[in-house]
Design a binder for this molecule. Sequence first.
Ligand code: XUL
Ligand code: CO
Length: 442
Amino acid sequence: MSVVTGDKEFFKSTGQIKYEGPESDNPLAFRWYDENKVIAGKTLKDHLRFACAYWHSFCNVGTDPFGEGTHLYPWNERSDAVERAKDKMDAAFEFITKIGLPFYCFHDLDVVDYTNDVVDNEKRLQALTEYARQKQQASGVKLLWATANLFSNRRYMNGAATNPDFHVLTHGAAQVKAAIDATIALDGENYVFWGGREGYMSLLNTNMKREQEHLAMFLHKAKDYARSQGFKGTFFIEPKPCEPTKHQYDYDAATVIGFLQRHDLLSDFKLNVEVNHATLAGHTFTHDLQVAADAGMLGSIDANRGDYQNGWDTDQFPNNISELVEAMLIILDAGGFGGGGINFDAKRRRNSTDDEDLFYAHIGGMDIFARALIIADNILQKSDYKKFRQERYASYDNNKGKEFEEGKLSLEELRQYAIDHGEPQVRSGRQEYMENLINRYI
Ligand code: XUL
Ligand code: CO
């Protein structure tokens, strides 16, 4: 990939980031992410399908509830919204091509500022879509997914598709239509719905059943429209249990799968599982990955990490190797992502204010995923990880256990087996052995 800049270079101090291997001491080089390295029949680039998240990397100015922005972006200076957005896109593609990310993803509002004028917003997004199309062509970078931001504007304070006011819902629909049009024009591979404020704060003023039915109807109409326009990609729902609403309807992977099934949406949708959303739901990341994988619904992941002491989304770049090895075991074993990839829904810290910090953040995230993938593949190829797990269930592989799985044994027959065979042996689950196994390969 060659570097694509606009009229001016925004990240002057950093050139193209290269793979230098584990021995390298260069903080601006990859030590594990060699995009051409082949693991289990595919290059790291094709396994991992990394995507840059426009909103955190080029829009987030480092504000927090107590303070103003700390990231002073030179691409935020021009007064005209479309010109300003083009500067931002120049900066984005310069960064993406310097670091060698094959994909990017965005919300409509990340790309260009919106007003309250639906038709004008559509024109703005179309102008930037055309600009992005040229940038994609010049660089080879592709759009992993796009989405509509249906949560920042004050009109969405009570939700978008689940808003008690139909008029608000229609504004959400207008935004989704424009975002789908942009996705199609950019050959976007997927389209994402994160349930922004689709949930509630108090049941006292909420008709939960009606709101959820509206959400399902809205998703059907969005899907039908996209299909009618020739969109072949997958729709992803991104579960999150709370924040910003107290109860988000897309609570976790299991809840979303049940919802999609109930509303006849299973065949067009998959899941976009986010590390710290799973943790906020009281699960591990691996739990939600496994739930999605078992249902054949693992589409994509939003990579980040939370903070063990905080109960909200801190969206930090991932850096925990053992957690990611466990995740990659599930992803590899599931045969990879269902059309998606790994996008960094992660932001550098408020006090990381140098240009290079954005590079360090992505290099760290990409390297640790690459390393986790290599380790997970070793575990699957060389260790008894799979064998041990299989053997734990061997009693169902033949004889009466098999007949049970096939539905051939009644409750009375099961009772008779218990009597005939006496007390079962104590069998170890060997959890410590398995934990050590992971560490042995790290
Ligand atoms: C919010 C979140 C979103 C989605 C995209 O917690 O994760 O940024 O990833 O709307
Ligand atoms: Co996310």
